[in-house]
Design a protein around this ligand. Structure first.
Ligand SMILES: N[C@@H](CCC(=O)N[C@@H](CS)C(=O)NCC(=O)O)C(=O)O
Length: 210
């Protein structure tokens, strides 16, 4: 099976790189830029999938998109499934919950703030005040989870951590995310960033030899 990660600069596709580095599984990678000002993906990236957003994963020449699908696909088919939990695990429900919370609840809340900022909506508009209140609630909830377990699924690192770290790392470049005001999240992000595979991922995606 040939896996190709189509890596859009500063985007969710870096999760796929990190996961494959954690698994030590082989993959090819191609790099793409964002356009200046709009930050949209360059046209060559848009051509990879009808929706044109990152991530896009090539599987033997067939492309799939959507972070959850991409990461679940890789977690279950690569590296012997070492970072995926199944129904036989006592942590399965927590694994599923946090795996999906990342893109179904947390990222949409953060992205709505990013979009409001980019489109010039007043910071004190009712929409943005409400949005910041929602983000605060989500961060407190996440911090509480990380106060009870070292990883999102429980006692060990899983693909749920790959899903959940991105909102606290890359997203911070676009919108203030109050990581420091949430000590359990701050300590967790530090632990994730210290992982050798995460650092290899950063070296690959931040300084690509294009
Ligand atoms: N829920 C989707 C969101 C995809 C998404 O919005 N990706 C952003 C990058 S992180 C993107 O491609 N932006 C550039 C563009 O749309 O041109 C997923 O997780 O795959």
């Amino acid at each position: 099976m040939t896996i190709t990660i189509y890596q859009l600069d500063r985007s969710r596709s870096e999760r796929a790189v990190w996961l494959m580095e954690e698994l030590g599984a082989p993959y090819a990678i191609e790099f793409f830029e964002r356009l200046a000002v709009t930050m949209q993906a360059e046209p060559a990236y848009k051509a990879l999938h009808p929706l044109g957003s990152s991530p896009v994963l090539g599987i033997d020449g067939k492309n799939i998109a959507e972070s959850g699908a991409v990461i679940e696909y890789l977690a279950t088919t690569q590296g012997g499934g070492a970072l995926a939990l199944g129904p036989d695990s006592p942590d399965y429900a927590e694994y599923l919950y946090w795996f999906h919370f990342a893109e179904s609840t947390l990222m949409p809340a953060l992205v709505s703030e990013i979009m409001a900022e980019f489109t010039g909506i007043e910071p004190e508009s009712a929409l943005r005040v409400r949005s910041r209140h929602r983000i605060k609630q989500l961060l407190e909830f996440t911090d509480a989870r990380l106060s009870t377990a070292p990883f999102f699924a429980g006692g060990r690192f899983t693909a749920a951590d790959v899903m959940m770290t991105f909102p606290f790392t890359m997203t911070r470049q676009f919108v203030p995310v109050d990581v420091d005001g949430h000590p359990a999240i701050a300590a967790y992000v530090e632990r994730m960033e210290a992982r050798p595979a995460y650092q290899r991922c950063r070296a690959i995606v931040d300084c690509p030899a294009k």
